[in-house]
Design a protein around this ligand. Sequence first.
Ligand code: RIB
Ligand code: CA
Length: 319
Amino acid sequence: MSRPVLIDTDPGCDDAVALLHALERPDLEVVGLSTVHGNAPVAETTENARRILELVGRTDVPVARGADRPLLVDLETAEHIHGEGGIQGDLPEPTAATRPIDVHGARFIVEQARAHTGDLVLAAIGPLTNVALALAMEPALPDLLDELVFMGGAAFTRGNVTPLAEANVHSDPHAAKRVVRDARPTVVGLDVTRRATLPPERIDGLPRDDPLGRSIDAWLTYYGPEDLERNRIDAAALHDALVLAAVADDRVLETDPYPLEVGADDGLARGALVADADGVTGREPNGRVAVAADYERFRALVGGSLERLVERVDVSVPE
Ligand code: RIB
Ligand code: CA
């Protein structure tokens, strides 16, 4: 029995690896993608999502374009990390087959949660604007979902945008504040994603000189030398892929319950995701935080998906 999953995404190189993994897993049914601003403006993240689906022949997966901007703060994007247009690689142009459906991403989340009551996993791997809008539309969303898991925060480690804040939460802190307060999320933050790397040499069948081979290689190595050095890692951190690996296999992450809150005020507190580890607030836990990861299991799962994909999909450019 496969798990239905809706992925809210801002592709994004690490998003791309997460999507390929989820699409390749026989135990996951990707019911659709909702796109959001983040690594690039939503026009580009939507086009990137479509191009990824075209690359691997999955034009059956619906794409619902979502929020253009955060709820309150100004739009901030990360092309300096992910590349021009928000992604690297050798991607085909989108075709009519992946034209976005005529439903806003946030509405799509609500519709799919109702269509799969109690079974749908909502995996959010970009800023949480669509998820917050969906919650505003349908306050019962947490009860309709089997699980809400998002890549975000730096509960017990330094941030990657400010000393306290991780990019997805910092990009739309008000959305993250609402989701953490009301939706009982599982939070997969930099505490565990920083070390979620998968060097291309671990993938049988790579390197391969075609669009799929070149794209996967680019996505596994999208970090510049300064990021590798700062994080003392050997390949790019595949933050989002760790989330989807855990959706497919609950042995990948260890999570614990905590009282959680997000800082949304201007200044250094903006985007801080705070976990009350010592119970000093006296509050009940309202979410779970990933505190440890089995990285070899992660590499075996995602590496295995990519190897099967490379073997299955022949995208060599016709002569
Ligand atoms: O901080 C990492 C997160 O920000 C990832 O989801 C990456 O894709 C970017 O969106
Ligand atoms: Ca992302």
